[in-house]
Design a protein around this ligand. Sequence first.
Ligand code: PRP
Length: 213
Amino acid sequence: MDELTIALTKGRLADQTMELLEKAGYPCEELKEENRKLIFHNRDLKLNFFLSKGPDVPTYVEYGAADIGIVGSDIIMEENRRAYEVLDLGFGKCRMCVAGPESARDLLQHHEMIRVASKYPGIAREYFYNRKHQTVDIIKLNGSVELGPIVGLSDVIVDIVETGSTLKANGLTVLETICDLSARMIVNQVSMQMKTQRIQEMITNVRRALEDR
Ligand code: PRP
């Protein structure tokens, strides 16, 4: 049996990912313990798991440090790493949106030169330059992006909207929807060739677990 290393995204997706993997027959008891460990094993099943920041998951998978990664499609789009995307896991559903104060709607419609703050400069660039053909100034932020329009750093933001409560609490609104997002399973391209049987079996088992939900 080939050993498999699986990179998981810390934070919001982690619990649902572990629940799904457990249901599919890939449990990891060590992961449930509260400590500062970064790597966890299920030695009986020859599985290694590690938790990392979302944007690093496609990096670990591209370089083969992980055979498999579980990560949001926002991050896959933004990081643009080489890996096979094999499954939509159906959770972590949200939307990538352009948001801002209602007053910014006109700026978008009239293709004005605006400032866009985002944790996702790649997605923002692709959307404004290639899809909308609008020249904008993109400012990279690392979190609490909603602050951008509030403090006058930017006219709008490009960010994830899940419940909409962060926007609402800050007097902002969705102005345009870029795309739908959800958690995905990605696979290293070499691992797919070298560990085909084990990886295909895992994809099948996870797909079945998803269908049973
Ligand atoms: C994300 C996102 C929004 C918020 C959207 O931020 O960037 O701020 O969640 O969720 P909602 O529509 O349910 O309110 P996150 O909590 O990951 O923190 P961050 O802004 O510090 O990155």
